[in-house]
Design a protein. Structure first.
Length: 97
């Protein structure tokens, strides 16, 4: 389980590192992006089994279509967020951000 305070702590560290050398700033930014990526991935992994169960329920005609639609939307958002974080990490590693 990841602490809810971890993102705040990393964000504060990243902000305070602004006066440091570029390598240190890049390192802190990468850590911050990895924490965000872990949170996003954890949410997606937690939501996927619920969406699968809801999909099966809807397939049987037991309702749940709206909930399934909302879960599917959230999973797509998380997938796009993971792709965005991956690209941002790539840019930070190359020194472009």
């Amino acid at each position: 389980v990841i602490s809810r305070q971890a993102p705040t702590a990393f964000h504060e560290l990243a902000s305070s590192a602004a006066d440091a050398d570029p390598a240190a700033v890049r390192s802190v930014r990468l850590q911050w992006l990895r924490v965000q990526e872990d949170f996003t991935r954890a949410e997606a992994e937690a939501l996927q089994p619920r969406a699968d169960a809801m999909r099966e329920r809807a397939r049987r005609g037991d309702g749940g279509g709206l909930a399934l639609e909302e879960m599917s939307l959230r999973l797509r958002q998380l997938s796009m967020r993971l792709a965005s974080l991956k690209e941002e990490k790539r840019l930070v590693k190359r020194g472009l951000l």
